[in-house]
Design a protein around this ligand. Structure first.
Ligand code: GLU
Length: 287
């Protein structure tokens, strides 16, 4: 079964950049007759906005992007993450380094590698092997594994007890999701996530990393860069705009959310998405 997902973190409302990624993932999965899922990556309460989950769900609904199964919440999977940590035990160590100590290094210097027995109040890291972590990306082509080397031993459980995004995502994507289509901002986490799936004996999905939507000055649209939230009341023109950033121009006759999505699913072609998207224009008239 072909299965894809859109996995927003509930740190704020969705913006045009989120819609571009969600739409590309939705279209490619639906075109292949697969199931498209929505997963809320809600494992970092300090960074989360309590209103964001509802706003995200309302927004996806307004834009016709209905998941094929009930929405998944990572916060419901604590037991699965703990059991993954147990399986990973031979590869883990317990790190006491402070941020300050690590600041001078561009990757983790291996300081605590010898601390193999669980110790309280320490971050849990995975020993990153030097083996090759390259893979074939559905959008970028061959990607080498240097990202892993750049990252070094990475954290799977934080000192404050929170499970890392990489571990949670490896557990949730492995075996379950066959196609991960997401933004190129997440390219650096693909090697660690694939490595964790490998250690856990899980099947890795196919990956495609599409360009992120950027402001005119080249910064990526995100909550931190104050990307304006999508206005659900103009869902049709938002969808038209998102499609157009991806390089597809729907006919005016597709004049409802459903007819536009129908057209989009039929015409989407990942190989035609440009390697750089046109820059975001906040006040652009409807495409
Ligand atoms: N939750 C992550 C984010 O919003 C993305 C997860 C993913 O697609 O792997 O950046």
């Amino acid at each position: 079964m072909i299965t894809g997902r859109f996995a927003p973190s509930p740190t704020g409302p969705l913006h045009m950049g989120s819609l571009v990624t969600a739409l590309a993932s939705y279209c490619s999965i639906k075109q292949a007759g697969g199931e498209w899922l929505v997963r809320i990556d809600d494992l970092d309460p300090p960074r989360q906005d309590p209103n964001a989950v509802n706003a995200i769900i309302r927004c996806l609904t307004a834009h016709g992007l209905h998941p094929d199964r009930p929405i998944i919440f990572q916060s419901d999977h604590a037991a699965a993450y703990e059991s993954a940590l147990q399986k990973l035990a031979p590869h883990l160590f317990y790190c006491n380094c402070t941020r300050k100590q690590l600041r001078a290094h561009d990757r983790y210097p291996g300081t605590c590698r010898a601390a193999k027995s669980p110790l309280p109040d320490r971050a849990v890291r995975v020993l990153m092997s030097d083996t090759e972590h390259g893979y074939g990306d559905g959008f970028l082509g061959p990607v080498d594994g240097n990202f892993a080397a750049q990252l070094g031993d990475f954290i799977v459980k934080r000192r404050d007890g929170l499970i890392s995004y990489n571990l949670a995502t490896a557990v949730d994507d492995g075996n379950t999701i066959s196609e991960v289509l997401r933004g190129q901002d997440l390219l650096p986490v693909t090697a660690p996530q694939r490595y964790l799936m490998h250690l856990l004996g899980l099947t890795t999905p196919n990956y495609a990393h599409i360009p992120c939507l950027e402001f005119a000055d080249g910064t990526k649209l995100s909550k931190q860069t104050h990307a304006p939230p999508l206005n659900d009341a103009i869902a049709l023109s938002n969808l038209r705009a998102a499609l157009s950033y991806l390089g597809f121009h729907a006919p005016q006759a597709a004049d409802s959310v459903d007819t536009l999505l129908f057209w989009a699913v039929e015409h989407f072609d990942l190989s035609k998405v440009p390697s750089q998207l046109p820059k975001y224009r906040p006040s652009a008239p409807a495409f």
